[in-house]
Structure formats: structure tokens, C-alpha cells
Design a protein around this ligand. Structure first.
Ligand SMILES: [Zn+2]
Length: 288
């Protein structure tokens, strides 16, 4: 399970989307019942009443659910759960506070995409300290050269992290991130972890500033475009070879087959990589 999915949310979603219900039934999914869809012949006046009742029926409700009555208690509950967070055997990124009175919930109603009677109070992003093993560059489908820090594997928010994004050349310069540095990273949601700070006190004397490569992985020179509107130099360096760059071509192919584009089932990023390495595909034409 953990090999197949990036995080618990994807694992739960992916498991439920299996075409064969027998396959789904084999996956040990557990859930906390937390809300009412529809009901008839039984009415509740309070959300807490509803939770109490369904737990009698055998539904598992979260034992950490609590009634709070003012801002102070909201804050207290938030910090208490935050300290418990790492000891829970499931991942959470925050708490949801709901109006307990169901009549008031009805009166408050919903906006176009969320209820007015419930609000999420997120925890700050999880952080961890690790070491930069290497800084590599990746070439995107638009030719953008993105630096990535290869870090010593560390667990952040239940996920083992071995890469951190460095955004662009300026970011490395501004934060003076070097190979061998001890860094603090943070991970919020599904995004690739970011580097928050460098612990320069832990830096070795022989450490050298990272010199950003001026060439693409294909060997062609890179350049920063000048924006027509602001007349400022773009922060992103790009390969100048365009469609002729094989690294760009490979990324373009991955995009073409992806869900966002032609959505070709069974032909994903990994297969493109394999075909590419086997020399079965080599070109992206301009008209696609
Ligand atoms: Zn290139």
C-alpha cells in the first residue's frame, strides 16, 4: 500500500476508485464517521447528539471530538491536538470547527463551495531538519531549468522525503544553499517540500557556494528571457534548444499522455521513460 500511493488521502481515494469491489474490500481502510448525509424519521437538534447516537449504532467516531464554546477553548483544543498529532496513527493537517446547533447550521447555509457553519483551522506545515546531499537540475517541458535538492531521507508529516524544491537560481543565491548544508524543510499538503532555512553554523569551512549551471542537461546554453511588459529578466533559466532538446521532448511527451492532456490510459510517465530509454521513442513534433 505505502509503495503504491504518495499519501494516505491518495491511498483512500485510489482504493475506493478500484473497478473491482473485491479488490477494494481487501484494502484495510478505516474511517471516522463525522457528518450526516440525509435522514428521515429521525431528527437531531445538535451535531454532537448525532455523533453520540451513531456511535451507539456501531459507527466509529473520532474520540478526540469535543464541544467547545469560545475562542479560548478553540485555541486550547487546537494546541492540544497539535501536541498529540505526531503520536496519532493517522495523518491530520488541522481541525474542523462546526456550529453544533443544526438549526443554526441550516440558517447559515452554504456559500458556492463550502458551508458557512464549518471552518478548518490548519496546523502549521510540518518541518524537519536534514542535509543536502546534492543539487541537481531538472528540465521541464517548457525548457525551464529547475534546481532540486537531493536530501538525506527524512520523515515529514508521515511521508519520507528525499527531494526538496529550490525553485530557481535566485532562490539558491538568496538562501545561499550549498551541497553538504544542514537545512530545515517544510511540507504543506501534497506539494514538494521547500527549504525554509539553512543552518550556516553547521557549515564546514571547505563548503563552497553552489554555482548554477549555465547549460541544459542536453548541453545547449540556457538563457533568461526578458519580460516584454516589465522589461525585467525572468527568474527562470530555459534551454535554448526548444523542441530539439531531448529532455524537453521527453517531458512534453509525458504531458501529452497525462490526465491533463490526452489522458491515454496505461501510458504514463514511467512507461514514457522506459520507451525512451529503450530508444523506442525519440521525438516530439511541433504539431502536437
Ligand atoms: Zn536542453
Amino acid at each position: 500500500m505505502s509503495d503504491k500511493f504518495a499519501n494516505p488521502r491518495n491511498a483512500a481515494g485510489g482504493s475506493l476508485r478500484q473497478k473491482d469491489p473485491k479488490a477494494t474490500s481487501k484494502i484495510p481502510l478505516k474511517y471516522f464517521a463525522y457528518g450526516l448525509g440525509a435522514s428521515n424519521s429521525i431528527t437531531f437538534s445538535k451535531h454532537s447528539e448525532f455523533l453520540k447516537e451513531i456511535s451507539k449504532w456501531g459507527f466509529i467516531i473520532n474520540p478526540l471530538t469535543k464541544n467547545v464554546s469560545n475562542l479560548e477553548e478553540i485555541q486550547k483544543q487546537h494546541s492540544q491536538i497539535d501536541t498529540l498529532r505526531s503520536s496519532l496513527d493517522y495523518d491530520i493537517d488541522g481541525l474542523v470547527y462546526k456550529v453544533n446547533d443544526l438549526n443554526l447550521q441550516k440558517r447559515l447555509g452554504n456559500t458556492s463551495n463550502s458551508p458557512r457553519w464549518a471552518i478548518a483551522y490548519k496546523f502549521s506545515a510540518e518541518k524537519a531538519v536534514t542535509k543536502v546531499k546534492d543539487i541537481i537540475i531538472q528540465v521541464g517541458r517548457t525548457g525551464a531549468i529547475t534546481p532540486v535538492a537531493k536530501v538525506e531521507p527524512v520523515t515529514v508529516g508521515g511521508v519520507v522525503v528525499s527531494n526538496a524544491t529550490l525553485h530557481n537560481e535566485d532562490e539558491i543565491l538568496r538562501k545561499d544553499i550549498r551541497i553538504g548544508d544542514t537545512i530545515k524543510i517544510q511540507r504543506a499538503g501534497d506539494v514538494i517540500p521547500q527549504v525554509i532555512s539553512v543552518e550556516t553554523s553547521k557549515r564546514k569551512k571547505e563548503s563552497k557556494k553552489f554555482i548554477f549551471p549555465t547549460k541544459c542537461l542536453c548541453g545547449a546554453p540556457t538563457s533568461k528571457e526578458i519580460s516584454k511588459t516589465t522589461k525585467k529578466e525572468d527568474a527562470v533559466r530555459r534551454c535554448t534548444k526548444g523542441y530539439e532538446c531531448k529532455f524537453i521532448a521527453r517531458e512534453k511527451l509525458k504531458h501529452i499522455v497525462s490526465k491533463e492532456s490526452l489522458n491515454i490510459e496505461g501510458l504514463g510517465k514511467k512507461v514514457i521513460d522506459q520507451f525512451w530509454d529503450l530508444n523506442l521513442i525519440k521525438k516530439t513534433f511541433r504539431y502536437i
